[in-house]
Design a protein around this ligand. Structure first.
Ligand code: MG
Length: 308
């Protein structure tokens, strides 16, 4: 083939590819009226917190403070799912709502390069999902692997998830809960660093049934180029949010204690009509009795400023 013919053939191939994507997009025009999918009228700021951040000797003391400060959701740890009846009762009896279970990677077993370890990872996650469903949690926050926990490549980890998660997500849905993928920053995990990537995995696994993604403002401040855009790209796959300031001093602190603003991210949450929980996962500098309610007020102001 002559050089000129080669270029002509390449141009034709690109044109054909573009035409096919246009045809695909055109398929939806009958159902789409062209209006903006802005769903801000449905969005709500519902603040939650991991229990250990709240001061108090007994769970009931912590819950009382949460109610007083307008924190309505309780984020649990993995071990709480071992006694689901107790936690469901104690949370609801105290007028609060369970949010998510922060479970992590469990040594990265499910995505281990040692194939024999993977079944343990599946079994552990199923147990957590069962407990989370009984408690009434939105989902189990799952990290495929922290750095150093697996030798698999990005492509290999994704394949393991694609092979394993359809059945697991189905199981989660049967339990009335979700697997919630948590993207981390590159210092903690090389696989799954952006919210859109997690949403794409949720879509590819089970089109979002029993599986979703979350956004953590701290990790997002390192990995995302646009906080609003990141949340919009997650859309209905977004099941949970972690609240923490970014990398300025004090790093990963409670909102309002460093320079991190939340308005832009909240615009994204409003745009997609997000009404699930935004939960504290952060340090607190100073007197928690003063600083936590102050952070709640700061977030409510940021939410008000987030006009679309
Ligand atoms: Mg987090």
């Amino acid at each position: 083939m002559k050089r000129r013919d080669f270029f002509a053939a390449s141009v034709a191939a690109v044109a054909a590819a573009s035409a096919s994507s246009i045809v695909k997009a055109d398929c939806t025009t009958d159902e789409w009226d062209g209006k903006s999918p802005n769903q801000s009228s449905k969005a709500k700021l519902r603040i939650s917190s991991q229990i250990h951040i709240i001061p108090g000797d007994k769970d009931e003391d912590k819950f009382e403070r949460m109610r007083k400060w307008g924190i309505e959701g309780v984020e649990l740890s993995g071990w709480h799912t071992n006694d689901p009846d107790y936690w469901k009762r104690v949370i609801t009896d105290n007028g609060l709502t369970p949010s998510a279970v922060c479970w992590g990677s469990h040594n990265g077993d499910l995505c281990s390069d040692v194939v024999e370890k993977r079944q343990q990872g599946v079994d552990d996650l199923k147990k957590a999902l069962e407990g989370a469903g009984k408690i009434g949690c939105t989902g189990v926050i799952y990290v495929p692997a922290f750095n150093g926990q697996t030798k698999l490549t990005n492509q290999e980890i994704r394949k393991v998830l694609m092979d394993t998660f359809p059945a697991l997500a189905e199981f989660a849905a049967e339990c009335g809960t979700n697997i919630i993928l948590e993207p981390l920053n590159r210092g903690e995990a090389y696989f799954l660093r952006q919210v859109a990537d997690g949403a794409a995995i949720a879509r590819d696994v089970n089109n979002g049934k029993g599986i979703g993604v979350m956004g953590d403002f701290y990790h997002m401040s390192i990995e995302e180029t646009d906080m609003m855009g990141a949340f919009i790209s997650a859309g209905s796959y977004l099941k949970h949010v972690h609240l923490a300031g970014g990398t300025t001093d004090p790093r990963r602190t409670i909102p309002g204690q460093n320079k991190t603003r939340f308005v832009e991210g909240f615009r994204g949450l409003k745009y997609i009509g997000y009404d699930k929980f935004c939960s504290f996962e952060c340090g607190v500098r100073g007197d928690k009795e003063v600083e936590i309610p102050k952070a709640c007020e700061f977030l409510r102001r940021e939410w008000e400023l987030a006009v679309i």
